[in-house]
Design a protein around this ligand. Sequence first.
Ligand SMILES: NC(=O)c1ccc[n+]([C@@H]2O[C@H](COP(=O)([O-])OP(=O)(O)OC[C@H]3O[C@@H](n4cnc5c(N)ncnc54)[C@H](OP(=O)(O)O)[C@@H]3O)[C@@H](O)[C@H]2O)c1
Length: 328
Amino acid sequence: MPSALRLGLLSTARINRRILPAAQASELVEVVAVASRDSARAAGYGKEHGIARAHEGYDALLADPEVDAVYIPLPNSLHVEWTRRALEAGKHVLCEKPLTDEPDDCEALFDLAEREGLVLVEGFMYRHNPQTRRVEELARGGAIGRLQLVRTSFGFPVEGAENIRLDPALDGGSLLDLGTYCVSGARLLAGEPESVFGRRVTGPTGVDDLFTGSLVFPEGVHGLFDCGLRVPFRATLEAVGTEGALFVDDPWLCRRPGIEIRRGDDVERIPVEPADSFRLELEDLARAVAGETEPLLGRDDAIAQARVLSALRRSAVQNIPLRPIAAR
Ligand SMILES: NC(=O)c1ccc[n+]([C@@H]2O[C@H](COP(=O)([O-])OP(=O)(O)OC[C@H]3O[C@@H](n4cnc5c(N)ncnc54)[C@H](OP(=O)(O)O)[C@@H]3O)[C@@H](O)[C@H]2O)c1
């Protein structure tokens, strides 16, 4: 067995609490370093979580030769910059979603990774979960007939004025934080949209507290989604075909795995074994770095996702439907 991928955490972000146990449970990944803007915070975090190498500043971690790859859970506005810096420092990168909503930036990052022979992955953990794989198989395999409509949602109430999701300067807002899952899930089942129309409600901090989008895919398949930062928790995926509808409650966090297929009054429940999406995501990265497999989520998916997010954002500002455009 090859030695474990040595992972460094770029910040003490809250989401690390899902990465740390996932790495602990895996033989393929070991968290060896953490960095924080604040040296005392890095040291305290390292001590609390048994991470030997604690760095002041993200550059110091990128200069650490004992680190093979970095996990980037920074505010959205810092994803492109720190992904670029990490690649330039020779590290493989798993960057939290959304990597970016700028297709040109996305292309440039993947060009850089390819030039340097490094793996770059956008962190959509739900894509690694067996529930998502099963949804894709069922919808594509004809379980609901010909696909006509995909409806997705994600929302929860964000607490605390300091939350990065409420800060426009950090690229907060519901579309980038939550709608990005809705778009990803719709694209997974329906392909790439030909046009999109986004509508936003701007909240008191200046971010989109609520965002709704409609997407038109090839062959007349439609997509509808909504996401919000001041709504009660809700997360759903529904794929409607000519023969039935497939429904998933909790399609992104996958904490209550299971799929329902509804055909008239008949409801078929398809059980799915629970799995740790973060562990599967980390192991996918480790296998890609070891050269055993291609990563599940690569260049094409990230660029297509950025195109749709960018078009939705611009559509909401201009109040017109738009075509997602190719990067330059
Ligand atoms: N896949 C998922 O399930 C999932 C879930 C939650 C979040 N996320 C993504 O993960 C990322 C982080 O989310 P989070 O909720 O974990 O965020 P968070 O707890 O606010 O952490 C962000 C970290 O970034 C660092 N940072 C650097 N510059 C900052 C600035 N100007 N303001 C605030 N923090 C700054 C801070 O670490 P230091 O002070 O230690 O440097 C902070 O702890 C986001 O991109 C989010 O979309 C993904």
